[in-house]
Design a protein around this ligand. Structure first.
Ligand code: 5GP
Length: 191
C-alpha cells in the first residue's frame, strides 16, 4: 500500500536490532486518517469473507483494530497479556515470545468473546518472527472459531514470520512489506 510505504519512508526510524520505530503515526501518536485508509484496503482484500470479529493483541494492535472493526461493522477483541499465575477457566490461554522485549508472556482471551460461530480477522501492527500472530491463531483455534485471515500493517519480510504463516495456508495480507532496512540506508520495500 503506497500511502503506508510513503509514510514509513518519511517518518520511520530504523533502530539497531532490526527494529523499525513508527511512533509518529502508529505506535505512539496514531494517524487515524491513515488507519482508515488501511482499514478500507483490508475490507477490499477480505471482501466476502463474512468477517464478524476483529482480533488483536494489546497494546499496539488495538488502535488499528478499532478502526478496522468500524469499517467491517463488527466488534474488536484484544488478547490480554497477563502475569497472573492462576488463570481462570473461563479464558483461552497461550504463550507468546515478545520480539521487542525478548520475554515470554501468557496471553488470554475470555471464552465469552471468541465463539465457535465467529469468523475472525486478526489484525496487528508488525509481523517479525510470527510469535504474536501464532499465539493469536492458537486462541482462535482453541475457541473453535474460523480464521478468515490476518491483516498486518508492516511485515518485515526479511524475518521468518510471513513465510511461516503463509506456509500454513493462512490468508495473510501485509500492507507494507519491508525487504531490508539499515540504520544508515533506511527502508527498502518488496516489489
Ligand atoms: P513477532 O511476534 O512477529 O516476532 O513480532 C510481532 C510483534 O512484535 C508485534 O506485535 C510488534 O508489537 C512487535 N514488533 C516486532 N517488530 C517490530 C518492529 O520492528 N517495530 C516495532 N515497533 N514493533 C515490532
Amino acid at each position: 500500500m503506497q500511502l503506508l510505504e510513503e509514510r514509513i519512508r518519511k517518518d520511520g526510524i530504523v533502530k539497531e536490532g532490526n527494529v523499525l520505530k513508527v511512533d509518529n503515526f502508529l505506535n505512539h501518536q496514531m494517524d487515524i486518517k491513515l488507519f482508515e485508509e488501511m482499514a478500507k484496503e483490508w475490507k477490499r482484500l477480505f471482501a466476502g469473507c463474512g468477517v464478524n470479529k476483529i482480533f488483536t493483541i494489546e497494546a499496539s494492535g488495538i488502535g488499528i483494530a478499532c478502526i478496522v472493526a468500524q469499517e467491517f461493522g463488527c466488534p474488536a477483541v484484544f488478547a490480554k497479556k497477563t502475569k497472573t499465575k492462576n488463570i481462570a477457566s473461563d479464558v483461552y490461554k497461550t504463550k507468546v515470545e515478545s520480539f521487542t522485549h525478548g520475554t515470554v508472556y501468557d496471553v488470554i482471551v475470555s471464552k465469552e468473546y471468541l465463539l465457535p460461530t465467529d469468523r475472525v480477522l486478526i489484525i496487528d501492527d508488525f509481523l517479525a518472527n510470527g510469535a504474536a500472530l501464532l499465539g493469536l491463531i492458537d486462541l482462535v483455534n482453541a475457541a473453535g472459531a474460523t480464521l478468515v485471515g490476518a491483516g498486518i500493517a508492516i511485515e518485515k519480510a526479511f524475518q521468518p514470520g510471513g513465510d511461516l504463516i503463509r506456509s500454513k495456508g493462512i490468508h495473510l495480507e501485509s500492507l507494507a512489506r519491508v525487504k531490508s532496512m539499515t540504520v544508515e540506508g533506511g527502508v527498502q520495500f518488496c516489489r
